[in-house]
Design a protein. Sequence first.
Length: 162
Amino acid sequence: MREALFSILNEYVAGAAVLDLFSGTGALGLEALSRGAAHAVFVDRSPRSLELIRMNLQLCFEQPPATIMRLDLNKNSAFQALGNKFSAHHPFDLIFLDPPYEKKLAEKTLLMVEKTGLAAPDGRIIAEERWTEELPEAVGRLRLWKKRRYGETGIRIYRLAT
């Protein structure tokens, strides 16, 4: 699935600013960095996940071009903190969100990403959720650009309406 996703995103990765929300192991952000992204911000609430990301970054990069943040993305205040820190001067070209399945967090997260201005004008927001979970065609100014199914997993890619 990751290979197929990055084939779709190929032209948007080099030099990109990446935000990996609910990052878990950091696999998507790490993959983007390995393909030439300029910088990645990894966000998760689990100290264990963040330590794993830190170790993986050190294994893969001499000077990791990354920021690691512990935030609970179930809280709107976390998105405000992200928006305050990054949206004005450094919006993200690629935003990955892989919340726990079936908790209705994907749509909420998409809305918060849109509201806080985290996405660059030509950015792509990639939401992973169980395929059977419906996600809307539009969330605020975000519009569904592509969607793909990989077994039970659904990938939806959004971008800002122009």
